[in-house]
Design a protein. Structure first.
Length: 296
């Protein structure tokens, strides 16, 4: 698995990078106008997010076409998707930045497609992936294709020593929960569970970039639980407390669906190799793979 290092800038470094005064940076943080995160009382600025923020705000003359998107599937991290992109000879890479950030990168034209599994804060039965497509005014030629359904749940150490069975158990005093970055699908699911159960929980702990990082935090004893897929739990030798099955979809422009990279992937979705791999990982339902779920 490729390790991704996040370059974080201090306030002074971000000000120099953006050619602004530090005071202006603090004003923009207070207004929620610049991407940032707070760790142990300090504001830090992911350089990749600053670059994306700058690129998405570029004003282009009328009639100027956007540059071709990079051959990348941004969005949620998924072991089966990573493997399928490689084994299908699609030539596509992955960029695991979370569902919301990946979707935003796709909409802005940076990436060819995005893998998403969004969750509604209020309604557990709502199809949040389709809702995001409908509410995005910049998408007039996009299509949502099902990759699979995945089983999400709480990862716990072998034997589940704390006997965690629900979000109420997870919220008990002393239970250390590993969290994902803002906008990641698993984090949206956690926030939705807390909201529906009317539970307030401090989630200010440093976040784990991916599901396997959640598993590593639990294996290392730095956390007691966290949300990820059954496949991640199985691979790490952890126990799994199921929460729900969710749709995991790919969104792309309609014309890109017919191009060789995406066709190589979708042809591979019908292969015995993929079915075998999904069975080995566990927690995947491929009965919907390749079906069109929404056309914008």
């Amino acid at each position: 698995m490729q390790v991704q290092f996040v370059q974080l800038l201090t306030t002074a470094e971000a000000a120099a990078y953006l050619r602004l005064k530090e005071r202006k940076i603090y004003e923009m943080v207070a207004e929620g106008a610049v991407p940032c995160t707070k760790v142990t009382g300090r504001w830090l600025f992911p350089k990749a997010e600053l670059d994306h923020w700058l690129a998405s705000s570029v004003l282009r003359p009328v009639g100027t076409a956007r540059p071709e998107p990079a051959p990348i599937v941004s969005g949620s991290h998924d072991p089966l998707l990573e493997w399928a992109l490689r084994e299908s000879s699609s030539g596509l890479a992955t960029l695991a930045v979370g569902s919301e950030a990946g979707f935003a990168r796709f909409v802005s034209g940076e990436t060819l497609a995005a893998g998403i599994h969004l969750h509604s804060l209020e309604d557990g039965e709502a199809d949040a992936n389709i809702a995001a497509m409908k509410s995005c005014g910049e998408l007039h030629d996009a299509v949502l294709i099902a990759l699979c359904r995945r089983e999400q749940g709480f990862l716990v150490p072998p034997g589940n020593p704390l006997k965690l069975r629900s979000i109420e158990d997870v919220s008990k005093t002393g239970v250390r929960i590993a969290v994902r970055p803002k906008g990641a699908g698993a984090q949206l699911l956690l926030l939705a569970l807390l909201h529906r159960a009317k539970i307030s929980l401090d989630l200010a702990a440093p976040s784990c970039p991916t599901g396997p990082d959640i598993a590593q935090a639990i294996r290392a004893g730095r956390a007691d639980t966290g949300i990820a897929t059954r496949g991640v739990a199985n691979a790490a030798g952890l126990d799994f407390v199921p929460i729900a099955w969710e749709p995991f979809d790919l969104v792309m422009r309609q014309h890109d669906y017919f191009r060789p990279p995406m066709q190589a992937l979708f042809n591979f979705l019908r292969s015995e190799e993929l079915a075998t791999r999904a069975g080995e990982l566990g927690g995947y339902d491929l009965s919907v793979a390749g079906t069109v779920r929404f056309v914008n």
